[in-house]
Design a protein around this ligand. Structure first.
Ligand SMILES: Cc1cc2nc3c(=O)[nH]c(=O)nc-3n(C[C@H](O)[C@H](O)[C@H](O)COP(=O)(O)OP(=O)(O)OC[C@H]3O[C@@H](n4cnc5c(N)ncnc54)[C@H](O)[C@@H]3O)c2cc1C
Length: 496
């Protein structure tokens, strides 16, 4: 009975602690400092790569609830965070050096944990008595990423997250833009030709059929490029405007996010400037394609168009569809304000591209964080499709508990969806795989309160009271789950 864990970040460290606390010997493989990543700066375990904040710490806040659940499950990450806490109001922020030092020292001193500094290039063999947890994070090394493809399939492994810019609705010039859905008439009538892109981002022959060709299906709606559904605000460009925009885009200064630009981009999420460098018309076949749109001012299809999609319920934010970019922010504002309708645009957020290796959770994982097709292998942390420090550590916590149970011949399980940890596990394994995106914990993914269990007139009034009621229920349900597990493991021991 033993567990191998690959990756000594937030998830891997927590998983190692949980498994070893249950009496299972653990070997933890961490490639730093033998092989560094583009972002980590030290050789410590559980290094925080960016902010030093674990976000809100109150029970009217979903991440506050998640942390409280982790404390109740004796999380090492939470212990270290408390011990290295710095003043941050209602948030939990830490001294990053001290935090990583506590985790490194605790795991190093643990008699059941062996730490090996080595890059693991292929997924180790696993069995019921010797399960493996992969927790190599958003910066999983290239060799291991390549091997991951063999387990999850290329289509279910993502390499980059791309963020498109968002503008304030009130700063859009409504006299220049028009509201319309692409394909509105042409798609349904199936008469007008459609341009499609290969997965390599190069335009291919026009498609005259109403059905999506295999190539178009494979490419999918790249990074949120209009899929023909819903209304958009369209910014039409004349040929002269497009050419001026193209020149500005291809000469703008690109931000070099570490070495990410030297690496392979996920073809469905190419930055617009990378697409532009492939040829003057590539954008007109991609995110700036005008087909299916009619400018009401001219009665004709524009030469090119940029689409804006409502980005929040209030309707005061619009994102530029398929406009992920890593142009430096100053230049980004200058170039994007050349788009008709956006001359006075105020940016709520600029576009960014960053490395993020993660799997399509609902296709690959069960809610115990086991790989469906290979239950002796677990994924945990950011690569399993969660987002954020706390969420990554929480997934490592559950993967560690379940891997230890498997190794000991005990049942595996996940807390109910009424808890934050259970809700996260459920989201990762049951969200819509077609539009899967890693998620932070929110009350939105936790099972809603059941009015029939509350009694007449007992429904909490207001958001804060409702969230506190959700938290109270979560903590009670978590306690019950812990109790059930303890009795199951006791009966497994007495059976043995
Ligand atoms: C640039 C950047 C900034 C971020 N900023 C924030 C932020 O401010 N707040 C936030 O909540 N989240 C942030 N994140 C997300 C953050 O990375 C995760 O929340 C968290 O670190 C994920 O934990 P993890 O354990 O999954 O991965 P990590 O903490 O990255 O740990 C993975 C470990 O695996 C090791 N490893 C990789 N490949 C191998 C291999 N083949 N063999 C052995 N070891 C290997 C790595 O060296 C690393 O130590 C950021 C991510 C990036 C990329």
């Amino acid at each position: 009975m033993a567990i191998r864990i690959v990756g000594g970040g937030l998830a891997g460290s927590e998983a190692a602690w949980q498994a070893a606390s249950r009496g299972v010997p653990v070997t933890l493989y961490e490639m730093r400092p033998v092989r560094p990543t583009a972002v980590h700066k030290t050789d410590r375990l559980a290094e925080l790569v960016c902010s030093n904040s674990f976000r809100g710490d109150k029970l009217d806040n979903a991440v506050g609830l998640l942390k409280e659940e982790m404390r109740r499950l004796d999380s090492l990450v939470m212990r270290a965070a408390e011990a290295s806490r710095v003043p941050a109001g209602a948030a939990l922020a830490v001294d990053r050096e001290r935090f990583a030092e506590i985790i490194t020292d605790t795991l190093t001193a643990h008699p059941l944990i062996t730490i090996v500094r080595e890059e693991i290039a292929s997924i180790p063999a696993s069995s019921e008595r010797e399960p493996v947890i992969l927790a190599t994070g958003p910066l999983t090394s290239d060799a291991l990423s390549a091997d991951l493809v063999s387990v999850v399939g290329q289509a279910h492994l993502y390499f980059y997250d791309a963020i498109s810019p968002i503008v304030l609705a009130e700063s859009i010039d409504r006299l220049k833009v028009f509201r319309q859905s692409r394909w509105d008439r042409s798609f349904r009538n199936a008469e007008a030709p459609r341009h499609i892109m290969t997965p390599a981002g190069t335009p291919v022959a026009q498609d005259f059929s109403p059905a999506m060709t295999p190539v178009a299906q494979a490419a999918g709606p790249a990074c949120g490029v209009d899929d023909g559904e819903g209304d958009y605000l369209n910014c039409p460009l004349t040929r002269e405007e497009y050419e001026a925009f193209y020149r500005a885009l291809t000469t703008a200064e690109s931000a070099t996010v570490h070495d990410f630009d030297k690496e392979r981009f996920f073809e469905g999420c190419l930055p617009i400037e990378v697409m532009a460098h492939r040829g003057p018309d590539t954008l007109r076949f991609g995110p700036m394609k005008p087909v299916g749109l009619t400018d009401p001012r001219t009665g004709r299809e524009p030469y090119a168009a940029v689409q804006l999609r409502q980005d929040n319920l209030a309707g005061d934010h619009f994102s530029l569809v398929g406009f992920q970019t890593q142009i430096k922010w100053g230049d980004q504002a200058r170039v994007l304000r050349m788009i008709p309708g956006l001359e006075q645009a105020e940016f709520v957020r600029f576009g960014m591209v960053h490395r993020n290796t993660y799997v399509n959770g609902p296709t690959v994982l069960a809610e115990t964080w086991q790989v469906r097709s290979r239950p002796t292998l677990f994924f945990a942390g950011q690569m399993s499709g969660v987002e954020g420090y706390v969420e990554s550590a929480a997934s490592g916590l559950l993967a560690g508990i379940n891997a230890a149970a498997l190794a000991k011949g005990e049942p595996v399980s996940s807390p109910p969806r009424t808890t934050a940890i259970g809700a996260l596990a459920y989201y990762v394994s049951h969200a819509n795989p077609a539009h899967y995106e890693p998620s932070n914990i929110t009350f939105g993914i936790i099972q809603a309160l059941d009015p029939s269990r509350l009694g007449a007139g007992k429904a909490p009034r207001g958001k804060k009271a409702r969230n506190e009621a959700l938290s109270a229920r979560a903590l009670a349900d978590l306690q019950e789950w812990v109790h059930d597990r303890t009795s199951q493991s006791v009966s497994a021991v007495s059976r043995a």
